[in-house]
Design a protein around this ligand. Structure first.
Ligand SMILES: [Zn+2]
Ligand SMILES: [Zn+2]
Length: 764
């Protein structure tokens, strides 16, 4: 059996060790005297040898040594491939799966804790993480603006993962009025702890505004996640944030989004009742009915408070802490307090049938990550198709009216098809309602509506001045559409046009695209800012032009012409005036190779070589500089494969160090970017001279690629030095740790080793 690299062979054996359940360690390795490259590596069972460990307190990685001979010996052939030279299968001891985890998990942790799975390990296998990261890399390559972040615990285990694609960021600009952070799958113990940020499109479709896998429910997780998400969507907090009813979430929302209106999802409150109030209330004592009435039919503060107080008195719940908490937080979940907000269908008494439930059929509590991931990709594809269909449909079709109601005609011209239909469904019901004025109180009149269809009475409070029609059914607050009761009341008050506060821009055909001040073509005098601006607009173009083949072809044709036109413009006069910017910050790869002339490349290379020395260790700086230069060339010519990004920690040879440092630095930077912390901005400032770029692109991989092309690697290497450990995806981290002794005498490694805090969540 041949392996492309010793890493491949190592991983192969490592998987084997894991499946069998023994620890592994690099026992010996040898380099060629001539080339300096590795030619021989021995991996052994971690119980090889007889040396007794010293006190466990000093080195707790104390697999008892039994002189086990099991192991793998591999050699490099002439053709650079690796072959298994010798393989010993038998162990001379009992198999103890903890050995594996002990051996791959670094040295400085208490042995007892090592075997305990934590964070995302509980849900994901190493293969899963690899798949996920592979997806991230691929997306970064495809999409400028794809963004992801990985959160590590203090043992460098992956705890949480967050990602968001360019489309989501684009959608968020239009639908940031209300967002549901959905922890349903986490709370209900699904195997894959998927926690999406959900929005609603103007077509009343589920919109993914961010995805997370939550390995540990904790304050720091939510804090990290919300901050990361906020950063990823551009820093603008949503109008309303809906979450489960949960004290932890409550606290973090206040902390991270102090000005956001926080709402508890009604079904999460209702579903918690039996859990929280058992055994104080039982199924059949009428509590739920009483609770439902109190919540749904209260339409003044006093009304609600009186009913609540009666209810908890009757069921003797006055001392119940959860009930007290619910009352304290009433403005977050009792619809009566929702005046002036619209939850757009993201909350309601039942999850099934709600917009949030659209993803439910893609989830299965027992599904493995691979299943989940496949379905997730399918879902994205499906959503994309549906959206394209919806967008095309509204352009061509005008809905049929069902009544002579002026409101209906008015909204049919403004709303998208799906939104209009939802409103239209209310219209016929108006005739089965009868209204009666209960009383008048200054400018406000209270109407009682007898709804024969629903066999229930509702109350509408109409403010004659503002034309506010607040109904106790709260359809507008929950769904964003005037209910039949309010329509009837407004009609009876001779209101002929839908009051403006009831026409939501979010349902309009144009979407809720706010007048974007950035859309105006202002003069931007900084090249990086111009680049950012263009990228942002291209995402918009991508969204619109991908709707149909024809639109796409048109866009491509025009783009091609535009590119030609721009290339042919005389830009030469711009360059000499700002040579430094071009060298360090400007060349993030936005031109074609052809645009930069050879001279500038050569001079950059020289400059870079000078810089490199700064990063080299004190010893033998000149040689290293030469080595690194060669390596840079190697790296530059390499295709941006996943290997390049993910495996690099395993690239054990020194000449590869730069690539490791680079890629991991890049990778790690995202995380830092996400957290919004100083280190990344210094990197950005130092090397790109413009922080928003990386954020906007989030596209580390392609930056890396471009950086490689332009041979500005040293800057990224700088990043790599502080950050390469950040990629503590276990597979990577371990091998680096394991192989440390055998390969790395280099100053880079030690430097990074010592300079890096053990907790990768630098924010803390
Ligand atoms: Zn063994
Ligand atoms: Zn109503």
């Amino acid at each position: 059996m041949d392996f492309e690299s010793k890493e491949a062979a190592y991983y192969f054996y490592r998987e084997y060790a894991r499946s069998v359940g023994f620890g592994i360690t690099i026992k010996a390795s040898r380099r060629s005297k001539r080339s300096g490259k590795f030619i021989d590596v021995k991996i052994a069972c971690s119980r090889f040898g007889t040396k007794r460990e010293k006190a466990t307190a000093i080195n707790p990685r104390s697999c008892p040594k039994t002189g086990c001979k099991a192991g793998l010996h591999m050699k490099r052939k002439e053709d650079e491939k690796w072959v298994i030279y010798n393989f010993v299968k038998e162990h001379n001891h009992e198999i103890c799966p903890d050995d594996f985890y002990v051996s791959v998990r670094g040295k400085n942790k208490p042995a007892g804790a090592l075997a305990i799975k934590k964070g995302l390990q509980l849900a994901l296998e190493e293969e899963d993480l690899k798949l996920l990261l592979e997806h991230f890399m691929e997306m970064q390559d495809k999409q400028p603006g794809f963004f992801y972040a990985v959160d590590f615990d203090s043992d460098k285990r992956v705890r949480n993962v967050f990602w968001l694609d360019a489309k989501a960021k684009h959608d968020y600009c239009s639908f940031s009025d209300v967002v549901l952070f959905d922890t349903f799958y986490v709370r209900n113990g699904y195997r894959i702890p998927f926690a999406p940020f959900i929005g609603v499109s103007h077509h009343r479709q589920y919109v993914l505004l961010g995805c997370a896998l939550i390995g540990e429910v904790s304050e720091s997780t939510y804090s990290w996640l919300f901050r990361t998400w906020l950063k990823a969507v551009g820093g603008q907090a949503p109008g309303v944030m809906i979450t489960d009813q949960d004290k932890l979430l409550s606290d973090i929302v206040v902390e991270v989004f102090p000005d956001v209106r926080h709402i508890f999802c009604l079904w999460s409150v209702l579903s918690k009742i039996s859990e929280m109030l058992n055994p104080f209330v039982s199924q059949d004592d009428g509590f739920m009915e009483s609770f439902g009435n109190c919540v749904a039919s209260s339409w003044t503060d006093e009304h609600f408070e009186r009913r609540w107080s009666n209810m908890i008195g009757k069921f003797e719940l006055n001392e119940n802490e959860w009930v007290q908490l619910l009352f304290r937080d009433r403005k977050k979940w009792v619809p009566h307090y929702f005046h002036g907000i619209c939850l757009a269908g993201l909350s309601g008494p039942e999850r099934s049938g709600s917009i949030a439930s659209h993803f439910d059929k893609y989830m299965n509590s027992e599904a493995t990550f691979k299943d989940f991931f496949e379905l997730y990709m399918k879902f994205l594809q499906y959503r994309c198709d549906v959206e394209a269909k919806d967008d095309l449909e509204y352009q061509s079709k005008q809905p049929t009216l069902r009544s002579s109601l002026a409101f209906e005609k008015q909204l049919s011209l403004i709303y998208t098809d799906a939104a209009f239909k939802k409103f239209q469904a209310e219209v016929p019901g108006v005739v089965s309602c009868q209204l009666q004025k209960e009383r008048e109180d200054g400018t406000t009149a209270i109407f009682r509506i007898e709804d024969f269809e629903e066999r229930q009475n509702f109350f509408v409070a109409l403010n004659n001045e503002l034309l506010d029609a607040c109904c106790s059914c709260h359809l507008f607050e929950y769904q964003g559409f005037l209910c039949k009761h309010a329509i009837l009341v407004l009609q009876s008050a001779d209101v002929s046009r839908v009051p403006s506060q009831y026409i939501l821009k979010r349902w309009s055909k144009k979407g809720n695209n706010k007048e974007d001040k950035n859309d105006k073509c202002a003069t931007i005098d900084n090249r990086m800012a111009r680049f950012d601006d263009l990228c942002r607009r291209f995402v918009k173009l991508g969204v619109v032009a991908s709707l149909s083949d024809e639109a796409c072809k048109t866009a491509l044709k025009l783009l091609e012409e535009t590119v030609k036109h721009c290339v042919s413009m005389d830009n030469s006069s711009k360059f000499p005036s700002e040579p430094d910017k071009l060298m360090t910050g400007g060349s993030i790869g936005l031109e074609n190779e052809g645009v930069l002339d050879c001279a500038s490349k050569v001079s950059k290379k020289k400059k870079i070589q000078k810089k490199r020395k700064v990063y080299c260790g004190p010893e033998d700086a000149t040689n290293r500089s030469e080595e690194l230069r060669q390596e840079t060339e190697q790296v530059s010519s390499r295709a941006p494969t996943f290997e390049n990004c993910y495996i690099p920690q395993a690239n054990m040879e020194e000449p590869e160090l730069g690539s490791r440092a680079t890629t991991l630095g890049v990778y790690y930077s995202t995380q830092q970017t996400n957290q919004g912390f100083p280190s990344i901005s210094s990197i950005q400032n130092g090397y790109y001279g413009h922080p928003p770029t990386i954020q906007a692109m989030g596209n580390l991989h392609s930056i890396h690629e471009r950086m490689s092309q332009y041979e500005t690697q040293p800057s990224m290497q700088g990043a790599g030095q502080t950050g390469f450990r950040g990629s503590a995806i276990r597979g990577c981290y371990d091998i680096e740790e394991t192989l440390h002794d055998m390969t790395m005498g280099s100053s880079q490694f030690q430097g990074s080793d010592s300079s890096h805090p053990s907790d990768h969540r630098l924010s803390n």
